[in-house]
Write a protein that binds this ligand. Structure first.
Ligand code: ACM
Length: 372
């Protein structure tokens, strides 16, 4: 449950009330799809947007899930995707400047200052989080933390020197290791996105492999537990049919058939590697989804396809058979009042398919370079 971001902090932390009084509200939001707009062309809606879950509400969600044998794993983003926290407590930032809760989408350059005070702050946050969430796992994010500010900050540079760290990637790893030690000492286990491998992987970490499968396989080979979450098959914020006829989404194309053919444990893996792959996760980032109905439309039936992938042996999976069983499942969703995209009409023409193929290759190249 992704609870903190650049654009809003969504969980009550009693020790740090400004995380929600300040950090849960942004003054306005960028309109449309900003990733392909020039900075000076961007249009903002002028409408304040906010909200957060009280600790009592969080406990109710956790209990509701537990009664249905579901464990809710919280994610508290660190040391990137944290601009809302810095807006609430500027001393958490590298510049010390008062920032806004971010009004744009994407990856903010404003990362956390690698100080003992920041580490104590996040240990205190996690202490309250652990009371709300009995989950054995706590997700600390770790993705998309640009290193620019650490490169420029005399404090961060001095910190690296004192700790004998070669570069900003190693500083990130050191920070993650501090969180890992803290969670481990508290009887929990850290999960982080695959960027936590950048400067060396911390001891007890479980890796969520989102930029493809390779980093997950690498972590599994090194003896770490892994959850497969690759963009190409498991990002439910991607289009599920022709973008021309679908509501605005972040991009790309992940139709139902693609999700169904996802293979989290590729054939031929040695058993010690296969056993490290705990399962898979579907991602549903909601910046372009303003209503629960839209969110459900993106989630279903792709979530059903992913569930069947992770809960069935490979030899029992059959897409045509799945499609034959799907209408009964859609009836269930209807009874529950859950929206979904009826299957079908999701194929692209040859030209659009080629564009999508090129787009996937471009993302792969971008991920590869972003790790150098
Ligand atoms: C991610 O999509 N940044 C994990």
């Amino acid at each position: 449950w992704h609870l903190t971001e650049d654009q809003g902090w969504r969980i009550e932390i009693k020790r740090y009330p400004k995380l929600t009084t300040v950090g849960s509200v942004r003054a306005q939001t960028v309109v449309g799809h900003p990733l392909f707009q020039d900075e000076d062309e961007k249009v903002f809606d002028g409408i304040a947007h906010g909200g957060f879950y009280s600790q009592q509400q969080v406990k109710e969600v956790v209990a509701y899930a537990a009664a249905r044998h579901v464990t809710v794993v919280p994610e508290i983003e660190f040391p990137g995707h944290a601009q809302a926290a810095i807006a609430a407590y500027p001393e958490l930032g590298n510049t010390g400047k008062q920032l806004k809760v971010w009004e744009d989408w994407g990856i903010s350059k404003n990362t956390l200052k690698p100080s003992d005070e920041t580490l104590d702050f996040y240990r205190n946050v996690l202490t309250e989080v652990m009371v709300m969430f009995p989950s054995p796992y706590i997700h600390i994010g770790g993705d998309e933390a640009p290193k620019d500010q650490w490169e420029e900050s005399p404090f961060a540079q001095q910190r690296m020197e004192q700790l004998g760290l070669a570069d900003a990637n190693e500083l990130q790893s050191w920070l993650i290791q501090q969180m890992d030690d803290f969670l481990t000492a508290n009887g929990r286990r850290l999960i982080g996105w695959d960027e936590i491998m950048q400067g060396g992987l911390s001891t007890n970490a479980t890796v969520m492999s989102w930029r493809g499968m390779e980093r997950g396989l690498e972590a599994a080979e090194a003896g770490h537990d892994v959850i497969m979450a690759p963009t190409e098959w498991t990002y439910f914020d991607y289009y599920q049919a022709d973008p021309e006829v679908e509501p605005l989404a972040i991009g790309s194309y992940t139709p139902l058939v693609k999700v169904y053919h996802f293979e989290p444990t590729p054939a031929g893996l040695p058993s010690e590697v296969r056993q490290r792959i705990l399962g898979a996760q579907g991602q549903l980032w909601t910046e372009f989804m303003k209503t629960p109905e839209h969110l459900e439309y993106m989630a279903y039936p792709r979530a059903a396809a992913l569930a069947e992938v992770v809960w069935s042996p490979r030899e029992n999976r059959n897409y045509d058979n799945f499609l034959r069983r799907l209408p009964r499942h859609m009836q269930r969703l209807e009874v529950l009042g859950v929206n979904y995209r009826p299957p079908g009409n999701d194929e692209l023409d040859a030209w659009d398919s080629l564009k999508q193929w090129l787009f996937h290759k471009a993302i792969g190249i971008y991920f590869w370079f972003s790790d150098l």
